[in-house]
Design a protein around this ligand. Structure first.
Ligand code: ZN
Length: 877
């Protein structure tokens, strides 16, 4: 079967309700990795307003149609037509039973969409459009059906046969086969259908809900990995409890299952009652997983669980609404994580993520609003914008409404739309009912791409401070003003937070006013603010904007020490560092010798001296903006100068504070907490950042200390941090450490990806060749996306080496994209995003990139996925 032509675009404006619905479906799977027979028996009903000429159209992709019958009568070839995956049937009446038999080959399904094989497991991934790769169906999320599923397979190979809902029957069959029958009482779109078959290890637990119901919890994994599921299980229980406490949402089935598989296109999937996860988002223990991995497991487990209400019970009318479930669910997993750990630290890390990944997307060739209006492949729209900017938009609604009204809005949302397939407008409608005010102007956030630039200036007049806020994109690009909350506070010269009196504020709490900004230019008056007080603007990143303020370094240094808002305290440091780095870049371009700014050093000194600071927060205060983030601030990115300036700065900071870092490292190594609670994680983070600065000096002693930590580490966080540093510089321990790590972990697929990643992220010379060699390593299996992401994905983030002036980085990546595209277009397209800086590099690099992009676009059999990304990159000038 043929793929749709590369250029076929789907537009939101073309959306029409389906002329038919499928209230009930009975699916029968006769499983085998080579050839699975699928029988789908559907109750089809015409929509009440269906026009007589409207026919039934079902979609299929890369599957073989065996037979078709209506009301148990076999259809002959003239009664239907099949073209390019579209099966068209003239309906005999307004209600009928349609039965379709198809054949699929899971073993050959390397796209990992539909029914496929991961190791010895058979599993499904149907979001967004995988169900059509199993059977012909009206594959769109507003077709909600009640599912009955019957699965049979060889009992020895596949002792577990799982699907959504409740197990209602199981038994043996002839020929060593067995079967199970599942029933899901909740109507759902086909993208939430799931099936898993295999032999597993398993851990079991239960949860008693708020209303006293007992829910069985099961996590399935490869045998031998059971103990690595314990953290996921406890995370799941915390998430269930949190959703009851914070949103009053209880789980609705009696059974909740999670299955961990190795080959998976992304993190995880929220299939009703049967979540399927990338093993790297479930399996952790201290020896094999880092603290970051632990945090991610908790977050992703919660995320998928939260989808049960935001996504499954209330689902999407169409894929343009994706942020309705993803933005909202990310928002929920962020708040959950904040509540489980350190609120301030989590908020900073979430903003770091937005700045590192979403801002560059929004300023590049694939920039799109959180509600896009067209796509070629919806798979390309599972983006940081839909997810993370989407979450920021929900967070702004919460900040505008306040906690109580936001909760009321959520309650209204579920009251109005439970069991329905809805739109982002419906969500805003529920919020408006709670708010009692219009969100019409606010809704522009859903349609606007690009990060808004907002300028804020403070002047003093008659004992008051006047804050002028200007939305720069309005004048510059002729755009209508956005509406957003801006959280503001003041600190006097002595460092004391001031009370805020502002008549036009929506709300005041904790010496912070929440302003509702809605005009292109607007003034806010704060009474009783002495001249020279410091304004703290956009506290906790109340709006996802680029805030422009003309602050002197002294002022940033002041806020770095005295702001009561931990986000803005950190952000003052971040802005100070970024400003200094940009100045250093300019100095390099003028061949001036580099010196380190004294304010910056003073800021670091004061942070190190402040014994009140939480270790995790101090670690963040000591972190420099990445090379990519500095590049984001330039129109034409100075690849080499940014790298040189940042390396120089790291080294200088290391030199100046060497003794302090060493003392801290020693103290935390000797008496830091163990385990993986918030405190221990924060201490390790600080310890390893101290070590990083020590190693940046490239002193022999520092390398020795790193090597010692590498050898004596009791957990993966310490082992990997040390390895990362040893890999990053030429030193006597480098090769030996890499070899030792390889020997120790080459049989652990989730650990060895870290070995690929540290090398792909390193700054040593000739990295392009090295990555080329690693691609040939026997443990590198490109059919498992985790490997591709670790090696090529990390290399793409390595701005200095990927954008090497020789063009070798571009060539390597384009060659790999072309090869990977024939295996897994979804993964190939995500790698193609590496070319998003095409318009932002110098002419020489641009010419090289153009060559690579053109080579991709000329490749035979190019998938629509890669076509969409590569063509967008190339046309961005
Ligand atoms: Zn999600």
């Amino acid at each position: 079967m043929q793929e749709k032509s590369s250029q076929h675009e789907t537009h939101l404006r073309d959306w029409k309700r389906s002329p038919f619905v499928i209230p009930d479906i009975h699916l029968k799977f006769e499983l085998d990795e080579k050839e699975t027979l699928v029988t789908s028996r559907m109750q089809v009903k015409a929509a009440p307003d269906r026009k007589p000429e409207e026919v039934l159209t079902l979609i299929g992709e890369e599957i073989e149609l065996i037979s078709l019958s209506i009301n148990d009568k076999q259809l002959d070839k003239s009664a239907f037509s099949e073209k390019d995956g579209e099966l068209t049937i003239a309906p005999p009446s307004s209600e009928f039973t349609l039965e379709i038999k198809t054949k699929v080959c899971p073993e050959k399904n390397l796209k990992l969409s539909g029914l496929y094989k991961s190791g010895n497991i058979l599993c499904t991934q149907n979001e967004a459009e995988g169900f059509r790769r199993i059977t012909y169906f009206i594959d769109r999320p507003d077709i909600m059906s009640r599912y009955n599923v019957e699965i049979s397979a060889d009992k020895a190979k596949y002792p577990y046969l799982l699907s959504n809902g409740n197990l209602i029957e199981s038994g043996n069959l002839e020929g060593g086969r067995h079967y199970t029958k599942w029933q899901d009482p909740f109507p759902k779109p086909c993208y939430l259908f799931a099936l898993v078959a295999g032999d597993f290890g398993l851990i079991e637990d239960h949860y008693i809900t708020h209303s006293g119901r007992k829910i069985d919890l099961k996590i399935y994994c490869d045998r031998g990995n059971e103990s690595k599921c314990l953290h996921a299980m406890s995370s799941l229980k915390r998430a269930m409890k949190w959703d009851e406490e914070v949103f009053g949402l209880e789980y609705d089935l009696d059974l909740f299952m999670i299955v961990a598989v190795l080959s998976f296109n992304f993190g995880a999937m929220e299939n009703k009652g049967l979540n399927i996860f990338n093993a790297n988002a479930i399996l952790v223990d201290e020896k094999t997983a880092t603290d970051e991995n632990f945090m991610r497991v908790e977050r992703v487990v919660a995320h998928e669980y939260f989808h049960n209400w935001t996504g499954n019970r209330v689902t999407l009318r169409d894929w343009f609404q994706l942020t309705l479930k993803e933005g909202l669910t990310v928002f929920r997993d962020q708040d959950f994580t904040q509540d489980m750990h350190n609120k301030g630290v989590q908020r900073i890390e979430d903003v770091q993520y937005v700045r590192r990944y979403q801002f560059p997307e929004d300023s590049g060739p694939t920039s799109h609003p959180i509600k896009p209006t067209s796509y070629i492949k919806i798979d390309n729209f599972y983006t940081t914008t839909i997810y993370y900017k989407g979450a920021e938009v929900i967070r702004m609604i919460k900040t505008l409404l306040g906690d109580a009204l936001f909760r009321k809005g959520m309650d209204t949302y579920f009251e109005l739309y439970d069991g329905k397939a809805v739109t982002t407008e419906d969500f805003l409608h529920a919020m408006e009912l709670a708010y009692g005010q219009s969100l019409k102007q606010f809704s522009r956030w859903y349609a606007r791409s690009g990060t808004p630039v907002v300028k804020a200036q403070v002047t003093f007049e008659d004992g008051a401070a006047i804050l002028e806020v200007e939305q720069k994109s309005c004048e510059e690009k002729g755009l209508e003003p956005l509406c957003f909350p801006l959280a503001v506070g003041f600190i006097d010269k002595e460092g004391k937070p001031l009370s805020v009196i502002c008549e036009s504020a929506s709300r005041v709490s904790d010496k912070t006013a929440v302003l509702k900004v809605s005009k292109a230019k607007e003034k806010f008056v704060f009474k009783n603010i002495p001249v020279g007080a410091h304004a703290s603007v956009n506290r906790h990143f109340s709006a996802p904007i680029i805030l422009e303020r003309e602050l002197r370094k002294e002022e940033r240094l002041f806020l770095m020490q005295h702001d009561i808002d931990s986000f803005n305290r950190w952000d003052a440091a971040y802005e100070l560092y970024a400003g200094c780095l940009l100045e250093m870049v300019e100095d390099l371009k003028k061949n001036k010798p580099l010196i380190v700014d004294k304010h910056l050093l003073e800021g670091i000194q004061k942070a190190l001296d402040d014994h009140q600071l939480d270790p995790a927060f101090l670690a963040l205060m000591l972190s420099l903006p990445g090379e990519g983030e500095i590049g984001e601030r330039q129109r034409v990115i100075d690849i080499e100068e940014i790298h040189a300036a940042r390396e120089f700065l790291k080294r200088e900071i290391g030199e100046v504070f060497y003794t302090r870092f060493k003392e801290k490292w020693q103290e935390l190594t000797e008496s830091g907490s163990s385990g993986t609670d918030t405190k221990a994680i924060g201490q390790r983070k600080l310890k390893n950042i101290c070590l990083a600065y020590m190693v940046a000096t490239q002193r022999e002693e520092a390398f020795e200390i790193a090597h010692r930590q590498f050898k004596e580490a009791k957990n993966m966080t310490d082992q990997l941090s040390a390895l990362d540093l040893l890999t990053n510089y030429a030193n006597p321990f480098r090769e030996e450490a890499l070899a030792a790590f390889y020997r120790e972990w080459k049989k652990e697929p989730l650990v060895i990806t870290k070995w690929f990643a540290v090398q792909a992220g390193s700054q040593i010379a000739s990295l392009q060749e090295k990555v080329g060699e690693l691609l040939k390593d026997p443990v590198y299996d490109e059919k498992v996306p985790n490997n591709v992401r670790a090696l090529l994905g990390t290399f793409l983030q390595n701005q200095y080496h990927f954008h090497d002036a020789s063009g070798k980085g571009y060539q390597l990546i384009s060659r790999e994209i072309i090869r990977l595209d024939q295996i897994n277009p979804h993964v190939a397209a995500s790698i193609a995003l590496g070319f998003k800086k095409y318009a932002r590099v110098d002419d020489k690099r641009q010419a090289l990139m153009r060559g690579s992009l053109e080579a991709i676009l000329k490749a035979p059999n190019l998938s629509p996925n890669v076509f969409e990304i590569a063509s967008k990159c190339l046309s961005n000038k």
